[in-house]
Design a protein. Structure first.
Length: 107
């Protein structure tokens, strides 16, 4: 999934996998956020249930999209933890204004 443009993915399979007791297995790859507003914008999720002979399996898939300024392949707003560093400007020489001293005032 990460080769096709996603930043990360998570798959959770729960139910009677191999034993008589139910378990859940979690598989992760890449970068995944899990809290606050960017979750609503950056993560697509799906849930499916599979009926097998032993019982029902539940499969949850979460895919984190990459930032896309054009908005075609992902959200247009960048992540809040992304920092851009701009190149510094040319510094101009600062000339201090002349201040009258006590000797000049007395004269």
């Amino acid at each position: 999934m990460t080769e096709s443009g996603a930043k990360g993915c998570e798959v959770i399979v729960s139910g009677k996998l191999r034993a008589t007791r139910a378990k859940s297995m979690k598989f992760k790859d890449g970068y995944m956020i899990s809290s606050n507003q960017p979750v609503k914008e950056y993560i697509d999720s799906a849930v499916r249930h599979v009926l097998l002979r032993q019982g029902v399996l539940g499969i949850k898939v979460k895919i984190m999209l990459d930032w896309d300024p054009s908005g075609k392949l992902g959200p247009t707003t960048p992540l809040p933890d992304v920092v851009t560093i701009h190149t510094p400007k040319e510094e101009e020489e600062y000339i201090r204004p002349a201040v009258a001293t006590d000797i000049e005032i007395a004269a």
